[in-house]
Unconditional design. Structure first.
Length: 436
């Protein structure tokens, strides 16, 4: 994972680009939809103008409704498929001439009735599903008021004629966004999906990077730990081979004892690695039986004191003294050994350890160097080891507490840890869901 930063930046760039592209598409669609809406508004204005003209007509040869029918039929001849009025050039020219010469329509009104036009325009807009809050028409040059958000639509009798009047309506953004709702929702879902996938990939890559770092640390620690007993055994064997003296039986036995001891340490390390790394560890079968807790604790304490290279004071308290629990004796002993071994390792020149057991559970408490809060939530992870800067405090593989947690879970127990930097650590094991 050498390019983790590059991968992270690239993934974030993908999210940003996807968001920008989606925003650009939404803006483009918004402009197109708004253009369509304004074309509809323009047709509604044209239609309202014709209807207002019809309302003012009073023919000297018949009733006003007959003239309206004739003019309406004339207009309908230019009606488009979607119902919008497409007035022909002949009609436009005729209407312009009528207005230009001030034809008397019977009631003496020679100018547009803007109140009627406003009402007709609002009705026409409603017919096409447009419901602006404000709708009014003004002659050119007349300001619409202080509201600068109003949308405007100029009306000309012909494309080349002067502006007859300007229609003003409230913004129809809500209507446009409603029509775009499916696109917006799809875009947001798509961007969120991309973001979730990218974030998941980043977290996965980060986790893989952590695993790779843990693997490298494990390999380094394992090499260092295995090299020490091998080197000691080789030195003892080489000394025995080069300077073998048949008459010095004491020296020969001491050298062979060193070789055997170091090889035993090496074998123990290999067994620990195999026991945790092999897949069969996940399906280990426990040999459950009645076990005397005092006997197992005493044996674990004795072994720790033999191996310890510092002053170790261990107090044991078991209540009742003949406490018996159902467990696997081998794995239970290994749990105690790991907890005691950690208490000794993570301490200064001397350490005081208190082991307490009861019918509810077991606690192992020490006055060692403690554990940082950042490390506390990870100490049961496989291969995880607390560090002091870039240097590991003590030797090890980072599999002891992982083993403890796994066996405790298999037994149906629970384990918790409490610690403060410089104030020691306390591990608590609870039998079968009891409270301690």
């Amino acid at each position: 994972m050498k390019h983790f930063k590059l991968i992270s930046v690239s993934c974030l760039a993908v999210i940003v680009v996807a968001t920008l592209v989606m925003s650009w598409c939404v803006c483009g669609v918004y402009k197109n939809v708004r253009s369509d809406v304004m074309r509809t508004v323009a047709e509604c204005v044209r239609r309202a103008d014709v209807m207002e003209l019809i309302s003012r007509m009073e023919s000297p040869f018949g009733r006003a409704d007959e003239a309206a029918v004739r003019l309406g039929s004339y207009v309908a001849a230019g009606q488009s498929k979607d119902g919008l009025i497409v007035a022909s050039d002949t009609l436009k020219t005729s209407l312009a001439a009528l207005l230009r010469f001030g034809l008397d329509f019977g009631d003496g009104r020679e100018h547009t009735d803007f109140q009627v036009l406003d009402s007709i325009l609002r009705c026409e807009l409603h017919r096409y599903g447009l419901y602006p809050e404000q709708v009014f028409v003004l002659p050119p040059g007349v300001p619409p008021g202080a509201d600068s958000r109003l949308w405007s639509c100029e009306y000309r009798v012909t494309p080349v004629s002067d502006v007859e009047y300007i229609a003003y309506i409230s913004p129809l953004d809500a209507h446009i966004l409603q029509n775009m709702s499916s696109l917006i929702i799809s875009g947001v879902v798509l961007v969120l999906a991309v973001a979730v996938i990218v974030v998941y990939l980043i977290l996965t890559v980060r986790r893989l990077r952590t695993i790779e770092q843990m693997k490298d640390d494990f390999t380094h620690n394992m090499t260092h730990e295995l090299k020490t007993p091998v080197a000691v055994a080789m030195l003892a064997a080489d000394s025995l081979l080069r300077y073998y003296d048949p008459s010095d039986e004491t020296r020969n036995r001491r050298m062979l004892g060193i070789v055997v001891e170091r090889l035993g340490v090496l074998t123990d390390m290999i067994e620990k690695i195999l026991s945790v790394s092999m897949e069969r560890f996940r399906h280990v079968r426990l040999n459950m039986m009645q076990v005397n807790v005092v006997t197992v604790i005493d044996e674990a304490v004795r072994q720790i004191k033999i191996k310890a290279e510092k002053e170790v004071n261990i107090t044991v308290s078991v209540d009742p003294a003949e406490l018996v629990i159902e467990t696997d004796p081998l794995h239970f002993s290994n749990i105690l050994s790991n907890l005691l071994d950690n208490a000794v390792k993570y301490s200064e020149r001397s350490v005081n350890i208190a082991v307490r057991a009861s019918a509810h559970g077991l606690t192992v408490e020490d006055d060692g160097i403690g554990i940082d809060n950042d490390d506390l939530t990870h100490i049961f992870d496989k291969f995880y080891r607390a560090t002091d800067g870039d240097r590991y405090r003590v030797s090890g593989f980072g599999i002891g507490l992982y083993y403890v947690r796994h066996i405790v879970d298999l037994m149906g127990w629970s384990i918790t840890v409490g610690s403060r930097k410089g104030s020691g650590t306390k591990f608590t094991i609870v039998w079968y869901g009891e409270k301690i």
